[in-house]
Design a protein around this ligand. Structure first.
Ligand code: ADP
Ligand code: SF4
Length: 694
């Protein structure tokens, strides 16, 4: 197929300082959860993006010195020569496909707690980032940097840049964003200095200027030097002679960096979930940069549509289309556009499970792309699969995310696949959940797979087809995957934080009842100890419908786990906006049809709430009755030609979408793989003996 000529501009090369980017697809620095502990996995993860057509592929943040120590979060290092080899492996994997390799050198300043190195954190004026969320709180406050400290940080940046050059990187970053050290100097809230580094905007940008100048002097002859900067707060601050302090900083530094990489200030605003932020949401903050500098500008916005990308370039907003999440969900996005296959793009759904992986301290996972992080350790590729190992026919019972992914991968491998779904439509839990506020983009999980399955001749899709054991036996398939999903229970929750007991009676519902069309009587109490998105979004949904809604949870925040996906502040804002009253630290202990009883989880203090319905979003358990019924007749398998019966996705273990898709993928990849190790274990590499002096 041919590329749409309108998209040609996306494939024009562009000069970045002394290097040439082959096209406009720029995988901006983003966390991968992979460090020097898993160099092969990291190299494969980055290399696949280059293979998929990204013209520039960057690392995540790479610490320049032990005083920038983000443990227990998984951060990369370039502290001494021992670290060069593992980064060189990434560069080689990226260069193999003709892309440029970029490295985001980083000093975290007061935003890191140096939990391992135990060095007092560096800061302009001793002002900490005092997070109120437990995962990010710390109790070591920073020191105030003196002139020697400033010189030291600059020399660590230079040394790291030289090592980066030895490792083979083409673009080296200075990082002045997201609350880290360079940003702290720029922002008056952090920077109270009275010397030449504080006060005026010019003085506050001096440290960043010196970092750029020193890096250029060290490696600038054959490496591009990029500045990554957050502009959200600066743009909101008035300046004496410019439209804002952001305009002033960009004008002052102007053409000094070879590339401007512009972004927002906090993870929730920079990396917003689709539930709350649309594609291209950064534009109002960063739209001016190109008018102030002659250097190329890259920015992000969860861009997955080539038309939006072209418009960003044509309207003079960006020169390069930055992608982090879109490159995770589909490493082959650029090649698909180039080959006129944009209908095959596996679009990011904006769920931010990838970001939760970083917060969990593990290699990146993705709802849409199950192969992410598994490129090396399982040998999975986002586009290529192993040929079928037999002519077995695969029957998948249940057309939810697990069943659709299993079917797609098995069919790509060449198996004949049948998917039977009892509902009138495929999609499983997504059918209801994508009708909730902000979740329509999640439908891409279903739509991408269904679209692909419908093109394939070796696939039969049946809806309105509830299968029982007899039907399964009659269908003459050799491999059976039971993907029948899970159900929400009416279980309550104990003060020991264990789901227990059941609340039964009129007016007590679960999300399954709402999905089935039940309309509760108001006022409604949502009781949530699932802690992910569903309880909060159902509260929002019902409030928008005009119900009087209260939301209670034993946790300290609404949708407590969504702190991991950058959604939590916006969940609270949305509930507030729709007048949902929030009761935290609350256990639901009873409901008599008119009053719900809530007890404080710590003190036991009672509170009565006048409501007519209660919706419990708590314990979810597998629908495995069909599996048990089939297994009960396992002695008949040989007679009907069945070789295997497996449960996949929520039917095995209930969880978020990402787990269901992964389980479906793993099932199909492993069909007929006799020798199936769990995964390969990565180990560090180093040129020197361990124990180097830092
Ligand atoms: P998962 O996330 O694991 O894919 P879902 O709950 O989203 O789970 O999807 C499971 C799907 O299985 C639902 O669409 C449900 O209608 C379907 N299903 C459940 N039991 C049967 C059955 N006996 N025959 C066919 N489809 C079924
Ligand atoms: Fe996009 Fe979700 Fe995948 Fe992240 S995990 S890249 S947000 S689909």
């Amino acid at each position: 197929m041919k590329m749409n000529p309108n998209y040609k501009i996306l494939f024009d090369p562009i000069k970045i300082g002394p290097v040439l980017a082959p096209n406009r697809f720029y995988q901006v620095p983003h966390a991968s959860g992979m460090t020097e502990s898993n160099p092969r996995a990291r190299a494969a993860f980055r290399g696949i993006k280059a293979e998929g057509g990204w013209g520039v592929v960057s690392t995540g943040a790479v610490s320049t010195h032990p005083s920038s120590d983000d443990s227990p979060l998984p951060f990369a290092r370039l502290w001494d020569d021992n670290d060069i080899r593992s980064h060189a492996m990434s560069c080689e994997a990226i260069h193999e496909h003709g892309a440029l390799a970029a490295i985001e050198l980083w000093h975290g300043g007061a935003a890191v707690m140096n939990r391992t190195s135990r060095i007092a954190p560096y800061s302009p004026s001793g002002i900490p980032w005092a997070a109120t969320h437990v995962g990010f709180m710390g109790n070591l406050r920073p020191r105030i940097m003196d002139n020697k400290d400033i010189r030291d940080v600059i020399s660590w940046q230079v040394n790291a840049a030289l090592r980066a050059r030895s490792a083979g990187f083409d673009i080296v970053y200075i990082y002045a964003g997201m609350g880290y050290l360079g940003y702290e100097f720029l922002l008056e809230e952090y920077n109270h200095r009275t010397d030449s580094y504080g006060g005026s905007v010019e003085n506050r940008s001096r440290f960043v200027r010196q970092l750029i100048e020193a890096t250029k002097e060290a490696v600038g002859a054959n490496c591009a030097v990029a500045l990554r900067i957050s502009l959200e707060e600066l743009r909101a601050k008035p300046s004496d002679h410019f439209e804002s302090q952001a305009h002033e900083v960009v004008s002052l530094l102007g053409d000094l960096p070879d590339l401007w990489d512009v972004k927002m200030d906090s993870s929730p605003s920079d990396c917003g979930a689709s539930r709350f932020q649309a594609e291209g949401s950064h534009e109002p903050v960063i739209d001016f940069v190109k008018s102030v500098t002659n250097r190329p500008v890259v920015g992000v916005g969860r861009f997955t549509s080539p038309d939006v990308m072209v418009s960003q370039i044509k309207r003079g907003v960006l020169d390069l289309i930055g992608g982090a999440r879109p490159s995770i969900a589909d490493p082959f996005l650029p090649n698909k556009i180039k080959e006129g296959r944009e209908d095959e793009i596996r679009e990011c759904i904006g769920c931010n499970i990838c970001i939760s992986s970083w917060h969990d301290g593990v290699p990146v996972r993705c709802t849409q792309n199950a192969t992410v992080g598994e490129e090396w350790r399982k040998g999975w590729h986002p586009e290529r699969v192993q040929k079928a190992g037999s002519d077995d026919r695969i029957l998948i019972v249940g057309g939810g995310p697990a069943g659709l992914e299993a079917g797609l991968i098995a069919a790509k491998r060449g198996y004949h696949v049948t998917i039977a779904e009892s509902n009138p439509e495929m999609g499983g839990r997504l059918q209801f959940e994508t009708s909730l506020p902000g979740l329509s983009a999640w439908g891409r999980v279903r739509d991408y797979r269904l679209y692909a399955l419908r093109q394939m001749a070796n696939v039969d899709l049946y809806t309105r087809s509830e299968l029982g054991v007899d039907q399964i036996f009659a269908l003459e398939h050799q491999r059976i995957a039971i993907a029948t999903g899970a159900h929400w229970t009416r279980s309550l929750y104990s003060s020991l934080e264990i789901p227990q007991g059941e609340l039964v009676g009129p007016g007590i519902y679960t999300p399954d009842d709402l999905a089935g069309g039940i309309i509760p009587e108001g006022p409604v109490l949502i009781y949530d100890f699932d802690n992910y998105y569903l309880g909060g979004v159902i509260a929002e949904y019902l409030a928008i419908q005009g119900f009087d809604v209260a939301y209670a949870t034993p946790a300290g925040h609404a949708s407590a786990w969504t702190i991991m996906t950058n959604e939590q502040p916006f969940v609270h804002q949305a509930l507030h906006k729709h007048h949902v009253s929030i009761k935290t630290q609350s256990l639901l202990t009873g409901f008599d049809g008119e009053q719900a009883m809530l007890n404080n989880i710590f003190t036991g203090k009672e509170q009565m709430l006048a409501v007519r319905s209660v919706i419990i979003v708590g314990l979810r358990l597998p629908n495995d009755k069909l599996f048990q019924d089939v297994m009960f007749r396992s002695e008949e398998f040989a007679d009907v030609g069945i070789k295997s019966v497996d449960r996949i996705g929520d039917a095995l273990a209930a969880g978020a979408l990402v787990h269901a898709v992964y389980a479906g993928h793993a099932y199909a990849q492993q069909l007929d793989q006799a020798d199936n190790p769990l995964y390969l274990r990565d180990i560090p590499v180093a040129d020197d003996a361990p124990g180097a002096v830092i």
